[in-house]
Design a protein around this ligand. Structure first.
Ligand SMILES: [Zn+2]
Ligand SMILES: [Zn+2]
Length: 778
């Protein structure tokens, strides 16, 4: 009999690892202990050499379903004698080196328990187990134990304690355990902020009745409050939109179960799988023509052909949606563009602007998260549109594992998400929204502070975007200055390219790779607004090889809100076609803009996003954007629903480092003049972009193509690219991250990694100059 030590690192807390180890130890009749620490799970035990190896291999080869093992180690140690096998008290010493467990959607066993009249947890709204429940959103310190969560002051009743201590129970050592006897207190308030004091069953009934009457109800979810209303009641949706100041941005739906979804949506297997996944994201799906529930499609997703929907990921949402029996609107509880509200006092202070009732409970949320959003192309390619609840904050496997320092990359501004490389682990924050409001900036700062404190991480290098006016860049510089740590500024589209390269493990690739980086806006190295960029990656070097020909950026950011301005700018040298957009402007505006266009443009743009906006305006789709990307999304929806496959495309010319689009636009305007249907033109536009990629690939004689930027959220374009690429080309898309600016933080790390691996002197010349430039600007 010998004594052994096993160390398991990775995502091993909050997934039932200790009870799992106990069960195996018991079945092998081993004595010893298992414990959670800040460096993972440690096990010591007595066994023969053969049994020890069997124990170790069983743990490593078949861990609990939600666990990820990044490192494991097994050794013989000096002899100790143990009696029985126990779970030892956790040890919180040292710096954490762990992946953080995301929140896990309600599991099928708990779901069945809640819906079974004979189960002790029948209709209990906080049912959880080892396989499901809140994790990241309630962890205040590590390691993961109830005392280190926001459930620390809620005590288990004797029956729950028995379950907790019973090695054969599926709630053995479940830190979030509770039942009706030791229930998490729930509270329902009405619009007058009166506490409606009834028992839980009455609260459900009141909420469901209120929803049926067309009211809006705010319900506390996992990462914050959700606003619910009847998705089949147009007036209720209109009320929600008016109160929320959200005119057209699509709203997500909550369905009680997959059967109800199947009655309404044309589900493909990958969409069904995604809906039922433990991350339970919002999945964009297509409505059936003969949908069973008469949901108000145009009120929910105006001008779009897909609707985002999800299944209940908490027991409370399951109970409400099941009792309601029809699809519900379920949108983030916030006020006009501010971040999701997650603190109870904020909810009660602010949400009555939107909601008639607020349902809350005494389990605090420490990490605000929206629902994650994904969609699939027709060929099944997954596109992440928002990465948050269930997916954040880990990124695994870590492509920067050799990076010696703790590096904080601040990310982008419009869809902010920071990335933190700490020891061997990589963390990418949840989506933190547009940093244009004070509330978003506060949320960003709080999330960053929460994660760095949780991990006891002290950044030794900060990376920011080059844009001098980004809040996230200024904040990064502030941190760097305050702690006297180095600052690196990385160009926006180079970060995008770095991100897609790193996601596909291509940083070390010895072939040349062409980067097609198309988005709305990013500050360029020449101080113009970039967004239609072609890069070449070779031997740890990245160069801008070509770009969409510049056109005037009218009135700065106003242009991204007004597609009519993009159209005007594009048609600057084509006065014969300007009639097509004349009606979008008053006489006064028209004169003003014509004068403006005659003057030398102070700022130019090569943005593909603005090109598509302009085309959407020309085709009469819309002249203003109510939300970011609206025109481009509607252009995509229009194109997708066109059955014509003419194979025709508009021409472009590649001249020096410019992609000239003037012929493209002239041909498009001729189609428009000849009254070709906008849907057919829209489809031809995207097909032309796919052909453009082919042309670029031939021009540069490169078959390895990587895509990043918000334009590649377009499922139709992605499918056209795949279809046209043939066998000889290799296409790389984002996998775990979104192609939009949420990948910028990760990409900044990739760029830093690339620089560190190539020539240190590059950092000391170009990039330092860039950083200095940034500093002198501010
Ligand atoms: Zn469960
Ligand atoms: Zn209990």
């Amino acid at each position: 009999m010998h004594t052994y030590h096993i160390h398991i690192n990775g995502l091993v807390q909050g997934v039932g690892f200790r009870p799992f180890v106990c069960r195996i130890a018991n079945s092998l009749q081993l004595n010893g202990w298992v414990s959670n620490t800040n460096t993972g799970v440690h096990i010591q035990f007595n066994a023969s050499k053969e049994k020890a190896a069997l124990f170790y291999n069983t743990i490593v080869d078949d861990p609990p379903p939600n666990a990820i093992i990044t490192h494991h180690h097994f050794e013989k140690i000096s002899p100790k004698i143990f009696n029985g096998f126990s779970i030892q008290q956790s040890n919180s010493k040292g710096k954490p080196d762990l992946l953080l467990t995301p929140d896990i959607a309600l599991c099928s066993d708990c779901r069945a328990a809640i819906l079974s009249a004979t189960n002790k947890r029948f209709h209990y709204p906080f049912t959880t187990c080892l396989q499901c429940g809140p994790r990241y959103s309630i962890i205040t310190t590590l390691p993961y134990d109830r005392a280190n969560t926001t459930m620390s002051n809620l005590h288990m009743c004797p029956v729950c304690t028995l379950e907790y201590n019973d090695i054969h129970d599926r709630r053995h050592y479940s830190q979030t355990n509770s039942c009706k006897e030791c229930a998490i207190p729930m509270h329902l308030y009405d619009a007058a902020n009166h506490f409606i004091c009834k028992d839980e069953r009455d609260m459900h009934d009141t909420v469901v009745t209120s929803l049926a009457e067309g009211n809006v109800v705010a319900v506390k979810g996992i990462g914050g409050y959700l606003l619910l209303c009847d998705a089949t009641n147009e007036i209720a949706i209109h009320t929600l939109r008016t109160r929320k100041h959200r005119a057209e941005k699509p709203l997500a739906l909550l369905y009680a179960d997959i059967t109800m979804v199947q009655q309404d949506m044309q589900l493909r297997l990958f969409e069904t799988d995604a809906l039922k996944d433990k991350t339970a994201p919002i999945v964009l799906c297509r409505l059936k023509e003969d949908a069973a529930n008469s949901i108000c499609k145009e009120a929910i997703a105006p001008g779009l052909d897909k609707i985002g929907l999800m299944l209940p990921y908490t027991p409370l949402l399951l109970l409400i949606s099941t009792a309601f029996g029809r699809p519900l609107i379920a949108t983030s509880g916030n006020i006009s563009g501010s971040p999701i509200i997650y603190k109870d006092e904020d909810a009660l202070e602010n949400l009555f602007e939107v909601a008639d009732l607020v349902l809350t409970y005494d389990r605090d949320i420490v990490a605000p998260q929206d629902d994650s959003v994904v969609q699939f192309t027709n060929s099944g390619q997954k596109i992440i549109l928002r990465r948050s609840r269930g997916l954040a904050p880990n990124y695994f496997p870590n492509p920067f594992i050799g990076m010696p320092a703790t590096v904080l990359a601040m990310g982008g501004e419009l869809k902010a998400a920071f990335a933190l490389q700490d020891q061997h682990k990589l963390y990418i924050s949840q989506f933190l929204g547009d940093q244009g409001t004070l509330e978003s900036q506060t949320s960003y700062k709080e999330t960053l502070s929460h994660l760095t404190k949780l991990l006891k991480a002290n950044p030794e290098q900060i990376i920011i975007d080059k844009h001098p006016n980004y809040f996230v860049s200024q904040y990064g510089k502030l941190i760097a200055d305050a702690s006297d740590i180095p600052l690196l500024a990385v160009q926006h589209h180079k970060a995008h390219f770095g991100a897609v390269l790193a996601e596909n493990n291509l940083l070390e690739c010895n072939q040349r790779i062409l980067g097609i980086i198309w988005d709305g806006t990013g500050y360029g190295d020449d101080c113009q607004i970039w967004g239609g960029e072609i890069f070449i990656y070779e031997s740890h070097q990245m160069e801008r090889a070509m770009h969409l020909d510049y056109f005037p950026q009218l009135l700065g950011d106003k242009m991204s809100r007004e597609p009519r301005l993009s159209a005007l700018s594009l048609l600057k040298n084509l006065p014969q076609y300007q009639y097509s957009i004349r009606d979008y402007f008053s006489n006064q505006e028209w004169d003003y803009y014509q004068q403006l266009l005659q003057q030398p443009a102070p700022l130019l743009t090569s943005s593909m996003g603005r090109l598509l906006d302009g085309i959407a305006a020309i085709l009469g789709i819309r002249s203003y954007n109510n939300y970011e990307g609206e025109a481009a999304m509607q252009l995509e929806a229009l194109a997708r629903n066109c059955d014509i496959n003419s194979g025709e495309f508009y021409s472009i010319r590649l001249v020096n480092d410019r992609i000239e689009w003037d012929v493209f636009l002239k041909e498009l305007m001729e189609d428009h003049r000849q009254k070709i249907e906008p849907a057919a033109i829209a489809k031809k536009v995207f097909y032309s972009l796919a052909k453009m990629v082919q042309q670029l690939s031939c021009h540069f004689k490169m078959d390895q193509l990587a895509f990043s930027g918000g334009v590649f959220q377009n499922a139709l374009l992605v499918d056209m690219l795949i279809e046209l690429s043939g066998a000889e080309k290799q296409l790389y898309f984002h996998q775990q991250l979104s192609p939009n600016d949420e990948c910028i933080g990760f990409g900044q790390l990739a760029y830093f990694s690339m620089l560190s691996q190539s020539h240190q002197q590059i950092i000391s010349t170009n990039e330092r100059i860039a950083s200095e430039q940034f500093q002198t600007n501010h």
